[in-house]
Design a protein around this ligand. Sequence first.
Ligand code: MSP
Length: 558
Amino acid sequence: MSTAAGGGGRGGGGGDGKGRPYYVTTPIYYVNDKPHIGHAYTTLACDAIARFMRLDGWDVIFLTGTDEHGQKVQTSAQKAGKTPQDFCDEVSKQFKNLLTTMNFSNDRFIRTTDATHKAGASALWEILREKGQIELGVYVGWYSVRDEAFYGEAELVNGKAPSGADVEWVEKEPSYFFKLSEWQKPLLEFYEKNPDFIAPESRRNEAISFVSGGLKDLSISRTSFSWGVPVPGDDDHVMYVWIDALANYISALGYPNREGEFDRFWPADLHVIGKDILRFHSVYWPALLLAAGLEPPKRLFVHGWWTKDGQKISKSTGNVIDPLDLVDKYGVDPTRYFLMSEVPFGNDGDFSDTAIQNRINSNLANEVGNLAMRTLSMAVKNCGSAMPTPGGGGAASKALRDEDNALLASAADCLDAVRPLVGKTQQLHKALEVILQVSRNANKYLDTQAPWSLKKTDPDRMQTVLWVVLETVRHVAILYQPFMPTAAGQLLDQLGVPDGEARAFTALSRSGRDEYSLRPGAPLAKPTPIFPRIEKNAEEKMPAPELRVCGVKNMFIL
Ligand code: MSP
């Protein structure tokens, strides 16, 4: 199945985006360990946004990748008895595999060990040096290898980093410093002028308060290990891993080549990050860019952290959630739906099997799946395996009553409500609520109109009602594509909506309704359930392998 411009590839064209560029990025992931739910979460949010923007006519670049240098990775490679490069190749592959498993539609995958990236990072360094922003000194202070971060004495909590990570004392290590202290005022002015630069607001306040407290020059090179990008002109030093890593956002666009993609896509429209890496993205990154004479990104969206059954996820507690296990157990799209809908995007969230099972059953199986299933089944059974004809054959517009038009209008208006929630404020959970509400309206309408009774009393009216519901489901399915690409595509297949433009957001506008609305009389096949109910404790009751739909039981209510 292809989904108009909703899958991979750049897309772009009509719709609200009108072919304009849109650049969205995930953080690049450390390869010291295999991917877990936190990594899948950030990339999923970006994937949903990227797919949404493509379907809305934007020319999208969605970037993700792996962060492969630094002390942490070097130590992990040593522990594994591998060369750092071999180790990175192996773990980076696991992150790549996750992209396929979760059906992510990234356009690029960058590795900081790529030669093109190293060239970009070195060029950034050189321009900063040319502009007098870098000087040689000696670092004395605390460093946390796990966080790959320097900490001031006053920041430590009971002798540890604020994150709880161990810190080590660095005694007089020669280091280049970036003159971050000079950027306090420009940064505060930048935040002031760009009130939407950091969201949610609590994170913006956190960044402002950190910068207001004064900025010290930042150590940006290390000499005590070698796994990194060499500092241009001084091979004794490797770049501090965060300078190297942040540069990925521009090296992926071909920087230092300023023409072509860099020119078109920079500044980035959106960096999505977790709350633990706020300081690097909201303070160091814009300061480095301003110092280099480049524009800072337009927006950072900072999401919260997942816990498991109320506990912080960590390897030592052994409660790490492997996204591959979730997909195995619940299927890709239900997992995607749960992660995006369960927790207000920006807040922390707690994972439990009960929560995911309840979410899938109540929203997907009972509300959306059941709506589509019972309407399609009725149409197949009672309308000669064909798309119902409003009014049973007369002009469709004449057959529609106020209540029909009200439901159709709520579906047609949905895009306008959802668009800013995805493109402007990244309230992805709210976007899903708004789409779900349309299904709820349709279920209510269906119960009130009771086409099963009309079957005998007024079969023409029954056809109208079924068509109105299916037309509403078409809207819902098109809007669900960014979040659940495969399931939404299957639903559109069942409705007979062809691939391509008919699945893009232009097919949702009121004016597009006539052109793209469901064609009465078109053949309909017997539907199969797309959002089956999860049987509680699915893992104990796996269906036979050939029937296995990710540990769920096919069931719907007619
Ligand atoms: N390599 C740096 C980022 C460099 S970007 C220029 C890094 N990597 S990371 O692998 O440690 O984390 C990547 C992302 O995963 C972060 O946004 C982080 O917030 C997110 N998560 C890690 N654990 C998480 C949870 N338990 N829950 C949600 N997201 C979390 O930092």
